[in-house]
Structure formats: structure tokens, C-alpha cells
Design a protein. Sequence first.
Length: 128
Amino acid sequence: MSGAPRVLIVGNGDGNVRSLWKRHLGEKGFDVRHVTDSEAAIARLRDEPFAVVVIDLVFERGSAFAVSDYANFRHPGTPLIFVNSDDFLADGVIFSLCSNACMIIPARTAPPDVAAIVAHYARKTRAA
């Protein structure tokens, strides 16, 4: 992967929060794309590699698991950071359901913390 590491954010959640995440990641030198449904996420994953994918567990149109499965098929080394807005799958079962899951974070995670987490996993991906 050349140039700025690319990050894909998938989900609608609170648009202001996702915008803040995108801005903070951009300030850290990431090339960030944001889509709101699984169809658009899969289209992005089909066309380009990403260093990290940040994905809401629940969103309005589509399935986080469809995106996870496609990412694992198309880009098996790409880490997925799942975002959880409630207690859905809060028991850690996500790690047995999605082999490319590396972390699950609360939706209320502060933007600088999200940027640090993404940077950590992006470094690991680039070093591989």
C-alpha cells in the first residue's frame, strides 16, 4: 500500500461522531472513506485495499457480518475494528464470529482515541 494509509468507516451511527472520527484520522495522515451501508462498503472493498476498517455492528441498511465476510475474503489481513452502540455482542463473541475482528469499541469512544487505535492497527498491517 503506498501513500497515506486508507481507512474505511462503515455505518451511520451519529453522523457528527463519524465526522469527528474522520477529521481526526485525516489529521493523523489517513485517507478516510465513510459509507453508510454494506453495499457501498463491499463496493469499496472490491475496488481498493484499506489498512483498517471501522464498522458499526448495527446500521440501517445491510449487515456488518456481510462486510466482515467480504473483507476477510478479499483482504484477509485487514483488521476490523467493530463499534458497538449498545450491549449487542458485548460478550466478545464477535471474535469467534469474525476472524478478522481485532477490537470492539464503544460508539462513544473519543475521536483521538479512535485515531490512536486505528494508527496502531494500521502500523501492524503495513509492517506485515
